[in-house]
Design a protein around this ligand. Structure first.
Ligand SMILES: NC(=O)c1ccc[n+]([C@@H]2O[C@H](COP(=O)([O-])OP(=O)(O)OC[C@H]3O[C@@H](n4cnc5c(N)ncnc54)[C@H](O)[C@@H]3O)[C@@H](O)[C@H]2O)c1
Length: 319
């Protein structure tokens, strides 16, 4: 079985690629290294079942490059996107191109090569700034370009499900954390403290509270969903069902794990940037009913991920 993974050198895509290779599948990984890292795929780059295409999905030659690598592709796991939500608020083209148009290009590729199954990495950002636990049935009113183009991608996939796709699974992730991270709150705090161990500047007042899931558990949940769900169009929230972790709690864990004692300088607003959602709570009952729950709480996941990111970024410097 052959699987095309977009965003394969990214944080989650690299873990997913490893998982499928360990299961004996052939993986065609695509990444333009815009946000991904060679280091993330160093364990698998020479594996006989891993074929890497260093290309932009929006490149005119993309379909030709993929076609050259393999005879048949059974599934696409579309994980490429502009994951830097904050930069996307300054320049809508980042998300329009890398979050939405990549999805359109992937659907086009699927149609041309007769690939009928697509799995899509969406996000809780599609819901927007809402109170209470958000289930898959909640109205989606995104407040960032990232959330807007994730929702557009979901809808584009739905339209193509009506046309030719037989299986579409939309995964709406909470905050995913762990090794291979190239961005996110834990990574940012570690980077800042490596640069200046006396002060930690926190974006927002530290009360922002979100659910966090360790990347190993995310991979496990997606494999579980795939094993249980047949053809059709399905959406799943994936994350812990708890109240999440506050940014100030994450700051304290990072400081503790780095054995430092900096002054923490908080911002004045309850959000980190325009488009940041101060409080998110996921309702994951659909996934729980299917039979899957994470074993770590948000705070436990934060502690584990912090240790991993510190260990693998010993020489991390500020860009
Ligand atoms: N990490 C999270 O907390 C989280 C939460 C919700 C959703 N997601 C989604 O999960 C997916 C993976 O996220 P991640 O955290 O691993 O991010 P990431 O940035 O590490 O991975 C995305 C990869 O896509 C690649 N990419 C972007 N545009 C491309 C293009 N035009 N052509 C080829 N490659 C391109 C980047 O270089 C990067 O390696 C993304 O779709 C993201 O939006 C992530």
């Amino acid at each position: 079985m052959s699987i095309l993974i977009t965003g394969a050198a990214g944080f989650i895509g690299s873990h997913l690629s490893e998982e499928f290779i360990n299961k004996g599948m052939k993986v065609i990984g695509v990444d333009n290294y815009q946000l991904g890292r060679k280091k993330n795929i160093e364990k698998i780059i020479d594996h006989k079942n891993f074929h890497f295409i260093n290309s932009d999905i929006l490149d005119d030659n993309f379909i030709k490059l993929v076609n050259k690598k393999t005879e048949n592709i059974d599934e696409i796991w579309h994980f490429a996107a502009s994951s830097d939500i904050q930069s996307g608020t300054q320049n809508y083209l980042l998300d329009m191109n890398n979050t939405f148009l990549t999805t359109a290009a992937v659907c086009n590729l699927a149609e041309q090569l007769n690939i009928l199954k697509i799995y899509f990495a969406s996000s809780g950002a599609v819901y927007g700034n809402k109170r209470g636990r958000l289930s898959e049935n909640n109205l989606c009113e995104p407040i960032s370009f990232y959330g807007t183009f994730k929702l557009s991608s979901e809808n584009f996939l739905r339209s193509n499900f009506e046309r030719f796709l037989t299986k579409v699974v939309i995964f709406r992730f909470s905050n995913i954390i762990g090794s291979h991270a190239t961005h996110g709150v834990i990574y940012d705090f570690i980077k800042k403290l490596k640069n200046d161990s006396d002060t930690l500047e926190v974006l927002g007042d530290g009360t922002q509270q979100k659910p966090y899931l360790h990347v190993n558990e995310l991979i496990d949940s997606m494999m579980f969903i795939n094993s249980k769900i047949g053809e059709g169009f399905n959406i799943f929230n994936i994350g812990p069902n708890d109240d999440g972790a506050k940014v100030k709690e994450i700051a304290n864990i990072v400081i503790e794990e780095m054995s430092l004692n900096p002054k923490i300088s908080f911002g004045s607003e309850n959000r980190g940037w325009v488009g940041d959602i101060p409080k998110i709570q996921f309702d994951t009952n659909k996934l729980i009913k299917l039979g899957w729950e994470p074993s770590f709480s948000s705070l436990e996941a934060v502690r584990i991920a912090t240790k991993e990111i510190i260990a693998e970024n010993k020489s991390l410097q500020v860009d």
